[in-house]
Design a protein around this ligand. Sequence first.
Ligand code: FAD
Length: 291
Amino acid sequence: MKLTELFKSDKLSLSFEVFPPKTDTAFESVKHATEEIAKLRPSFMSVTYGAGGGTSKYTLDIAKNIKANYGVPTLAHLTCVSSTRETVRERIEDMKAAGISNVMALRGDIPAGLENADRSHWDYKHAVELVRELKTSGADFCIGGACYPEIHPESTNQKEDILYLKEKVDAGCEFLTTQMFFDNNLLYNFLYKIREAGITVPIIPGIMPITNGNQVERAIKLSGSFMPQRFKSLVDKFGTTPAAMKQAGIAYATDQIIDLFANGIKNVHVYSMNKPDVAEAIQRNLSDILG
Ligand code: FAD
């Protein structure tokens, strides 16, 4: 099923994200975790693509398994920046062969050490080029892209970031999933600005439940997200007590999701990070709201 069909529905829904294993030995345990999440019957599950593409086979294996054995629609991620055109075309053929309907077209992070390299000879410099590649691949993929309510860390200003986002949508992105954020007002301001810029596709807010004090620093570093005082206090108080931090992090994420639903958002994506217990707890907290 194409996700655009799902986004037409008025029903409130949650989707979950999982990531593929990095090694053969971890495959079975990751597969098991993704199956436990699939049993929760989310509206869809996205499967990330390992930086540099080393785990691309697993992305498809996990996505295929969830779809075939649990009937959950899947969204397979694909990145392009560290790949040649030939490799990307091979990956797209693999996706076609695997029956993938929904693809998240991403640039990927610039590999460490190449941040200031001359990129003029790279086959792909931005996600928009991957979107165009997918559109001309001969497959009728539903294509999604990433967006950044707090601007992408490499962007100099939000106006420019939104201009490039519009280019990505005009190239064929049919929906956008946001980077994590911890203050919903940032999302509402962003929505206002992108709608004003003429971007009308569905926006799926991405919520990251922080369930471990050590996760906070890494999450901020990766996303550049603003930490509201309310969230900082919670980490200060519970960050060193794992069970308490987990409960508080799940409650905070639940609260964010309820506020998003109450303000007209219909689909929320949860960065569930291969943790079925966290996905299940959030879904249970929202059982009557989701209906
Ligand atoms: P782009 O859309 O190319 O944007 C990157 C930067 O380039 C921005 O500053 C943008 O303003 C600028 N830009 C865009 N187009 C142009 C242009 N034409 N000219 C000049 N500048 C331009 N990473 C993974 O490795 N695997 C994953 O599975 C994965 N999943 C993700 C899912 C989501 C929802 C999000 C938000 C991120 C994900 N990432 C993943 C991380 C992502 O790859 C990085 O954030 C990366 O740095 C940017 O990817 P992008 O697709 O947003 O890039």
